[in-house]
Ligand binder design. Structure first.
Ligand code: PTJ
Length: 257
């Protein structure tokens, strides 16, 4: 039992949720390592949603609302951390939900679909034979996708993605929205819009943004997407980390006393 007064309460609870997903058999062992890497970058960012992430969230909401065929891709970590928000977002846009795994097994696919359904999802694509279309030039198990879902999508939200697939989806002409705490990752650089923030903070904010922007004129949404520059976001994230580290170092340096 983690006491709520613990300074790292939220982070420890999230860690427990990923471990529980692993014990239940739907989070990959590698997902535990990926989560630790995320925690480290979250520490560097300051464990708060920063302005560059808010800007990306707005652009992502606009792209999802403008899409003809938006799809939310779900893996083990996403199912463990934000299943309710995935369903809320899918309803709000509206968008389709698809299970897509790097370490693919039928058992994990089914368990993840079950978790999503328990949280209210009506339809989950990408399970078993449903994933019968192929993303060209991609060699991981992630290449197999639903013909009705990711294959056909014009906008794909891919939280915690791998770089290869982000690049392959971009080559297919799709708009790729990633959520990744590491602004240097290949996914972050390959995506059209990268939200450099923790999934657990970004997803609720993305749901809110979609709901708030539903009444916007199409032209205003298009303007938001056109005016967005992902390189600027990633540069702002790196500068933020660098400034933060500099300030922290300054506070410890006895020459500044
Ligand atoms: O469930 P599967 O089989 O599809 O596998 C999922 C993982 C996550 C294991 C797989 O996609 C993988 O190996 O991912 P990577 O290449 O380790 O990348 C994970 C990225 O997500 C890293 O850049 C982490 O910093 C980032 N990350 C981890 N946790 C979070 C996060 N970003 C946002 N929010 C998090 N909570």
């Amino acid at each position: 039992m983690i006491p709520p007064t613990h300074p790292r309460y939220r982070s420890l609870l999230e860690r427990e949720r990923v471990v529980e997903g692993f014990r239940e058999g739907y989070v990959a062992a590698q997902g535990l390592i990926a989560h630790g890497r995320g925690e480290c970058f979250d520490y560097l960012i300051g464990e708060e949603t920063q302005p560059f992430a808010l800007e990306a969230i707005k652009a992502a909401a606009a792209a999802l609302l403008l899409a003809k065929h938006p799809v939310i891709s779900v893996n083990g970590n996403v199912a463990a951390l934000t299943p309710r928000e995935v369903v809320e977002l899918a309803e709000a846009v509206p968008a389709l939900v698809e299970v897509n795994l790097f370490y693919r097994t039928r058992e994990r696919e089914e368990k993840i679909a079950e978790v999503l359904k328990r949280h209210g999802a009506r339809r989950v694509l990408g399970v078993g034979e449903d994933a019968s279309c192929t993303i060209p030039e991609l060699f991981s198990e992630r290449r197999r996708v639903s013909c009705e879902g990711i294959y056909k999508a014009d906008v794909v939200l891919v939280p915690l993605e791998d770089g290869d697939r982000s690049e392959a989806l971009r080559r297919m002409g799709k708009t790729v929205i990633a959520i990744d705490l590491n602004p240097m990752s290949r996914t972050a650089r390959a995506a059209s819009i990268t939200i450099v923030d923790n999934l657990t903070r970004a997803m609720p904010k993305l749901v809110e943004a979609v709901k708030a922007m539903k009444s916007y004129k199409r032209q205003d949404l298009e303007e938001l997407v056109r005016g967005y520059d992902n390189g600027k976001t990633l540069a702002a994230a790196l500068r933020h980390i660098s400034k933060r580290l500099d300030e922290l170092a300054g506070g410890l340096d006895p020459r500044n006393a």
